[in-house]
Design a protein around this ligand. Structure first.
Ligand SMILES: Cc1cc2nc3c(=O)[nH]c(=O)nc-3n(C[C@H](O)[C@H](O)[C@H](O)COP(=O)(O)OP(=O)(O)OC[C@H]3O[C@@H](n4cnc5c(N)ncnc54)[C@H](O)[C@@H]3O)c2cc1C
Length: 450
């Protein structure tokens, strides 16, 4: 069923492209308006500066992408992305223990975010009724006050201003979205959950010397809160290069110090709880300068709880929620949201406005358990500020046991991986067998839980 002549999507990042893909089934024409100019290859973009940092694609995100763009996983592989076994090829030091390593059932793909996004874009370009218009900054919404309805957007193309009318407007302009500012100006009340984490990211692309003994494709050394605040990771990506990212919570990393030289960047590896990354990096060759990114707070706009939203506007992706990037979930959340929208658009009995409202309710359901999982971890640091989830201490105690058991119990680790990759609910970790292992561990081992 055609739902209208034209849908407009503001922002051609991950969420914008995915929204356009599903809207194309229901609208005669879909236009993506992207502020950046067209990339001529998989290179970082000004409009998505986070793209220079390691971007993990979770299983749920990968499965959803494959559904929306059949064959895309193979496209990633054939163009150089690194397909790995998710339990054998990842060396992961977490909460003071190395996770088990074994040839398990799950595979995943390592690649840079620009590589992933550029390939999605090529698929989008193959959809006949979707147009991407580059170098188009959306400045304003067109608003019909008497109907309380967004009817399109005003764009600036250099000096020229132009109005584009649409039946359906999607805001996918990222974390500092146009709609947030617009809604705030109109005093539309959006309940916001905000947690202060003062996280900083530093990333470089490097070439590692050949090492026949290297038995991993990604190596992660995470800090154990609350005393350790710096983590790091090395990930092989397309082009036989390695992305190296260090992260520090609560401003633990001094930007001036890190940016002094290539060596000062690598020196961070000495501050990690294990020296493994340092040993890998000390003879590496830098292929790029160091990129930085700061995430002072994570925020979640409760669009599912807004009462006086204007009609005709749907928000998606980081416009609704910026989650702690340390957990690698943002893109996969955008995929899950796009799938939810796809599903709602097929409901012939709902009007476009009803679909928008149901979609915002659905995003609440998608994000709530993920947000809860993430802030449970973030609140292990006493400097984290915000509304704590109910039952925090018991959740932290239980999760810590799951993390520790993942170094000795295959079943627990595989169950944890499924939850971490958003394939199953956290309640899957409460199965009797797992609860029994947690209790057994608690009462038979001498350990300290922070
Ligand atoms: C440091 C860091 C590391 C991360 N690591 C991971 C990870 O490992 N795995 C993961 O899944 N996620 C990760 N994320 C999260 C992920 O990057 C985001 O969740 C994801 O990019 C959200 O996509 P989006 O399309 O909503 O926003 P964006 O990707 O930010 O895209 C917004 C787009 O809108 C355009 N735009 C903005 N304003 C306008 C306008 N007015 N007019 C027209 N266009 C406009 C921008 O140019 C941009 O292209 C990380 C984030 C950060 C900050």
């Amino acid at each position: 069923m055609l739902r209208g002549e034209k849908a407009v999507v503001i922002g051609g990042g991950i969420a914008g492209k995915l929204a356009a893909r599903v809207l194309a089934d229901s609208f005669k024409k879909v236009i993506i308006l992207e502020r950046d100019s067209e990339s001529d290859g998989p290179t970082p973009r000004k409009g998505a500066p986070q793209g220079k940092h390691i971007h993990a694609l979770l299983f749920a995100g990968a499965n959803g992408l494959e559904r929306l763009f059949p064959g895309i996983m193979e496209t990633f592989n054939t163009s150089g992305a690194v397909k790995i076994n998710a339990t054998k090829d990842i060396a992961w030091f977490h909460h003071g223990v190395w996770k088990l390593r074994f040839n398990g059932d799950y595979t995943t793909i390592l690649q840079t975010r620009p590589h992933l996004e550029w390939h999605i874009e090529q698929y989008i370009k193959g959809i006949p009724n979707v147009t991407i218009k580059y170098s188009q900054t959306v400045r304003e919404f067109l608003f019909a006050k008497e109907e309380n309805r967004i009817t399109g957007v005003e764009i600036a193309d250099g000096e020229t201003r132009k109005n584009i009318h649409a039946d359906f407007v999607v805001d996918a302009s990222g974390v500092s979205s146009l709609s947030s500012k617009w809604l705030m100006k109109r005093e539309v009340h959006i309940p916001v959950e905000k947690v202060k984490i003062d996280l900083s990211y530093f990333t470089k692309t490097l070439e590692l010397p050949d090492n026949p003994d290297r038995d991993w494709a990604i190596k992660l050394v995470y800090p154990t809160p609350p005393f350790e605040k710096i983590g790091g990771g090395i990930s092989r990506v397309e082009g036989n290069r390695y992305l190296v990212t260090f992260m520090g919570y609560h401003n633990e990393l001094n930007e001036k110090e890190v940016l002094k030289s290539d060596d000062s960047f690598i020196e961070i590896a000495r501050k990690l709880p294990k020296l493994d990354l340092y040993h890998e990096l000390k003879d590496a060759t830098a292929l790029s300068s160091t990129s930085t990114f700061r995430v002072p707070d994570i925020t979640r706009k409760r669009m599912d709880k807004v009462n006086d939203m204007p009609n005709g506007l749907l928000m998606i992706g980081d416009t609704i929620c910026r989650i702690d990037p340390f957990f690698g979930q943002g893109m996969s959340i955008a995929v899950l949201e796009a799938l939810a929208l796809e599903n709602l658009l097929t409901d012939q009995n709902s009007s476009n406005q009803q679909i928008i409202e149901k979609f915002h309710e659905e995003t609440g359901k998608i994000i709530s358990p993920i947000w809860n999982m993430v802030i449970t971890e973030d609140f292990r640091y006493p400097d984290t500020v915000g509304k704590k989830p109910a039952g925090l201490l018991i959740q932290q105690w239980y999760a810590k046991n799951i993390f520790l058991l993942s170094s000795e119990n295959k079943y627990v680790y595989q169950s944890f991986i499924r939850v971490m990759h958003l394939l199953g609910p956290t309640s899957a970790l409460m199965r009797p067998g797992i609860v029994k292992s947690v209790l057994k561990r608690t009462f038979t081992k001498d350990h300290k839980i922070h």
